[in-house]
Design a protein around this ligand. Structure first.
Ligand code: DON
Length: 305
């Protein structure tokens, strides 16, 4: 397996030339475009890494999976899905157009920015700090890494340049689909996106989902099997945004991407996979990471379909 992963990194490094670093969050442009790493955690307890799997990067949109789980634990699934849908948009992750589609106008799904801002707003706690602690602690739990923290520079950069997210949030406030203190909700969202992890953390997260909510390394259940099933389904239909259909056809693994370059993938009952490559395709997904997952899926017959 280790040789296979090393070959996949070698063979797919050429694709990073065709990708671009996320520049709309200026701090992310400081990443090394050539980085590419992968880590695999199998449910029978084996772990393998290749390339730059140890490098830290920000979790970005992969945090939307964490906040969705925390919001469901706090409110129950019916309340959460009365506020955010489960339908793919076919639009980009930060699109505003789908928010104006009647009849309900609620955001289409929890993986696009608008939907994630709503799920984050549903997390309970007396203060913003308490809510962030909950998100951070759950991230620590699902990654099995108690040293996970937030990247202060990326957080500041997001917060300073997050006008699109502000526009989404205030638009939703105006039509009644987002309630509460908008600045505080956005601040929490920017913080959750700025949590720093590496490919191993993502692979462990994916392994927990592959194991139906039980941490494979300790046997502890952290989320119900039912919530796991919901999360993986939404990852298939919406996790790679307007590339989700193509990703399902060619790779066939529940996955979630982030503009920091990470992809967390979960092969039910088999393994979790974390990939890292900050050069992104035009949809905002890691270009090298997607190619590696395609090859790995073919090589090990990982498609769930
Ligand atoms: O809100 C944003 O735009 C970023 N913090 C996260 C977007 C993202 O990761 C989209 N993923 N591919």
């Amino acid at each position: 397996m280790k040789n296979l992963l090393e070959n996949l990194i070698e063979n797919n490094r050429k694709y990073v030339d065709y990708g671009k670093l996320a520049s709309y969050i200026p701090e992310l442009e400081k990443s090394n475009k050539n980085d590419l790493g992968i880590y695999v955690v199998t449910l029978d307890g084996k772990e393998y890494g290749a390339g730059e799997w140890e490098k830290k990067f920000t979790i970005q949109s992969i945090s939307k999976v964490v906040s969705l789980m925390v919001a469901i634990m706090d409110n129950g699934r019916d309340k959460v899905f009365s506020r955010v849908g489960v339908e793919p948009t076919g639009d980009s992750f930060n699109s505003i157009v789908s928010l104006n589609r009647k009849p309900s106008m609620k955001p289409f799904n929890p993986m696009v920015n608008a939907g994630a801002i709503v799920t984050t707003s549903l997390i309970s706690g007396d203060t913003e700090e308490e809510k962030f602690e909950k998100i951070l602690n759950f991230t620590k739990k699902v990654t099995g890494n108690s040293s996970v923290g937030m990247n202060e520079e990326v957080y500041k950069s997001e917060s300073q340049t997050g006008d699109r997210n502000r526009a989404l949030a205030y638009f939703m406030k105006s039509n009644g689909t987002l309630n509460g203190n908008i600045d505080s909700i956005l601040d929490l969202y920017f913080k959750q996106c700025s949590i720093e992890i590496n490919a191993r953390d993502l692979a462990r997260f994916g392994a927990m989902l592959a194991n139906d909510g039980v941490l494979p390394w300790s046997g502890e259940r952290v989320i119900s099997r039912d919530v796991c099933r919901i999360v993986k389904t939404i990852m298939v239909t919406c996790g790679m945004y307007d590339d989700s259909g193509k990703f399902a056809v060619h790779i066939g693994i529940p996955a979630k991407s982030g503009v920091g370059g990470g992809i967390m993938a979960s092969v039910p009952r088999r393994m979790g996979i974390g990939v890292f490559g900050p050069a992104l395709d035009e949809k905002g997904n890691s270009i090298g990471g997607s190619h590696i997952l395609k090859d790995l899926s073919e090589e090990l017959d990982l498609s769930i379909f």
